[in-house]
Design a protein around this ligand. Structure first.
Ligand code: ARG
Length: 279
């Protein structure tokens, strides 16, 4: 299947390797739409969106941003498990000593908000890298964020999962499908789609294997609005609640290939797990 990538996997100097670049989704017909098909937002209005950062691994130009995350408790941030894979980080999360989340900063080039170190990581033991089933990890922060940053999570049976529901996805990822990473936070309006739409697009072929038990299908039936590379781990929000995390897709913004998200209600443990601590 198509391997998801966070940002293009980079070396210690933040240079995009040829091998990683080959994994980046090709440009699409909607490549000039700018997430893709979105609009700028201020993190002050959506304080639960955070950037995952390592300047050691991804360079300082965009404050080391490589994935998104979402605050679900003052010291807990959810992200995608694949964001912490060695494909993305070039090693174990424990070896990324400057792993941090950036909260309260709209533009990665700015100084606002705060950077908080990651004290521990928990990767869903049921996560399957081959299919991305169960793509969820929990970060425990070294210090607490304001409780006003916390976003509520949807539980099983939440009406926000009803197909047709309007949802928004947030991130600092690729705005074109060509590797044009945003420096400022963006959001795109998509809708929750029937599982059948993703089962058709991703029947377990080279494009992917959609598994409704742990995945959620969302996008724009006309195409054009979607998450893209670098948005992984970031939130999909409907009715004021977290329903998904950006996980994978084929291309970006293609009508026939919706975005696939982690189904938070099915994968998030309750209570939140205790993360293994980092030295
Ligand atoms: N795997 C990508 C990442 O790590 C997210 C891709 C989402 N793609 C999509 N078409 N919705 O950033």
């Amino acid at each position: 299947m198509r391997r998801p990538i966070a940002r293009a996997v980079t070396g210690a100097l933040g240079l995009v390797s040829a091998a990683a670049a080959a994994l980046v989704a090709p440009a699409t017909a909607t490549a000039d739409r700018v997430i893709v098909g979105g609009e700028p937002v201020e993190v002050a209005d959506t304080p639960w969106v955070v950037a995952l950062s390592s300047r050691d691994r991804f360079g300082g130009m965009r404050a080391g941003q490589f994935c998104g995350g979402v605050v679900v408790a003052p010291t807990k941030v959810l992200t995608a498990a694949h964001c912490l894979s060695s494909d993305v980080l070039g090693g174990a999360p424990e070896d990324v000593t400057d792993l941090a989340v950036i909260a309260g900063r709209t533009a990665l080039t700015g100084q606002g908000g705060q950077e908080v170190g990651v004290a521990g990581t928990w990767i869903n033991p049921a996560y399957e890298p081959a299919t991305n089933a169960g793509d969820l990890a929990v970060l425990t922060l070294k210090s607490a964020l304001p409780s006003s940053y916390v976003l509520a999570t949807a539980g099983p049976g939440d009406t926000a999962y009803t197909p047709g529901t309007t949802a928004s996805v947030y991130g600092w990822g690729d705005t074109t499908g060509n590797g044009t990473y945003a420096t400022s936070l963006r959001a795109a309006r998509v809708q929750v789609l029937e599982d059948a739409a993703c089962e058709r697009a991703y029947p377990g072929n080279a494009k992917g294997d959609y598994q409704a038990a742990t995945m959620l299908c969302a996008g724009d039936p006309q195409g054009g609005r979607d998450a893209c590379q670098g948005d992984s781990g970031g939130p999909l929000v409907a009715m004021g609640r977290l329903i998904g995390l950006v996980s994978w897709g084929s291309g970006c913004g293609e009508a026939a290939n919706p975005g696939v998200y982690t189904r938070v209600s099915a994968v998030l443990p309750d209570p939140l797990p205790v993360s293994a601590s980092r030295s």
